[in-house]
Design a protein around this ligand. Sequence first.
Ligand code: NAG
Ligand code: NAG
Ligand code: NAG
Ligand code: NAG
Length: 449
Amino acid sequence: MAPRRAACVVLLLPLAVWGAGLSGYFGTKSRYEEVNPHLAEDPLSLGPHAARLPAACAPLQLRAVLRHGTRYPTAGQIRRLAELHGRLRRAAEPSCPAAAALAAWPMWYEESLDGRLAPRGRRDMEHLARRLAARFPALFAARRRLALASSSKHRCLQSGAAFRRGLGPSLSLGADETEIEVNDALMRFFDHCDRFVAFVEENDTAMYQVNAFKEGPEMRKVMEKVASALCMPASELSADLVQVAFLTCSYELTIKNVTSPWCSLFSEEDAKVLEYLNDLKQYWKRGYGYDINSRSSCILFQDIFQQLDKAVDESRSSKPISSPLIVQVGHAETLQPLLALMGFFKDAEPLRANNYFRQAHRKFRSGRIVPYAANLVFVLYHCDQAKTSKEEYQVQMLLNEKLMPFLHSNETISTYADLKSYYKDILQNCNFEEECELPKFNGTVTDEL
Ligand SMILES: *[C@@H]1O[C@H](CO)[C@@H](O)[C@H](O)[C@H]1NC(C)=O
Ligand SMILES: *[C@@H]1O[C@H](CO)[C@@H](O)[C@H](O)[C@H]1NC(C)=O
Ligand SMILES: *[C@@H]1O[C@H](CO)[C@@H](O)[C@H](O)[C@H]1NC(C)=O
Ligand SMILES: *[C@@H]1O[C@H](CO)[C@@H](O)[C@H](O)[C@H]1NC(C)=O
């Protein structure tokens, strides 16, 4: 009886309220408003934590690495949803209200939507552009040059175009006004890293912890509850189908802003378990799980510092800054490894299948780090030395428009020299070609097998 009661209670929760109910547990499928709730009221508000520019400093360069905005499910997810929905329609009995409600739900996703940017995602990007411009008016001033690059994926190119539209017509995009440079080497470095592909992406045992959690007691409990609500034997459900149901709840909310009957299958406790499953995958595939996950991003990390170096050099020799604004659109898979390379959101213990409860207060919660439209911004400042008594060149980092304390100082501003010195090892010793090279096999190894 208990599971059915729980399902009914959930139906009554005001899930449509921003930030309430299940929406805090959607992991990488989270709305950007989850990390900045004030935007639900006013999408152009700079919010209560509006970063104050450091006194006596002028911004020289802004580098933003963005994740695309809200997107549709991928073709694979849509196929699995159609399968689950079809099964519910064939089996639904009027005496089983949850199953009947889902059978009556209109399946509107088509495979052709395959991960494309949703209209909501265009708005995410336009609004983000307008807020960044309002935060840094000196940098986004008329006729400033914007260098805009993107991953080759349609949703990223569309996000870049929406970002550009958000800024209005006064900025210059250089020679060709509409040009967005496709740069997969920097935005999809993971595809180009052979060692990552072999060791993680195409390695069946690399996701061992994720698969073990799917079989573990927490997931089994969620599956039994969902099966009972749907009046079907638990043996007919799999962890993957339960995940598809939860994903559909998230997509309906983020894309259409409606609380669908899919959400009523889950309690908040269930949502926490499914969030952990999503975080486990991010951890082992994009985060601290394997070194190569983050090392593969050093090509992007070094590019960021090369551009900062160049701006510092230009400023020192009183030249105009050639790239004051660099905006690049990629994926959660672009940002998460980069943040791991820099050491952010690292828990004392790895995320594993068997420490769900001990990880209740973990730092590594992908919904808080890389929701849709996530953005990591580096700002380089030139400061008046007489007034600050510090080095002339200083840096701030903002994640999702909030200042991030640097790991070496716990402060939200650092001299550029201190920052470079803290990351000296990565800057000098992380070589993409070497890190990503497949280990060489020689004849002896095969002979021994
Ligand atoms: C696959 O991953 C496992 C676990 O990390 C590792 O021990 C193994 O060497 C990997 N296999 C390949 C081919 O990289
Ligand atoms: C989403 O729905 C809620 C509740 O129905 C409503 O208050 C809110 O304004 C909607 N938000 C958007 C962006 O449409
Ligand atoms: C950094 O600041 C936070 C918040 O004030 C504090 O909890 C933490 O202990 C500090 N860490 C270090 C290394 O100083
Ligand atoms: C080949 O592999 C074996 C075993 O790992 C190693 O001892 C040997 O030095 C390698 N030979 C060459 C030419 O790299």
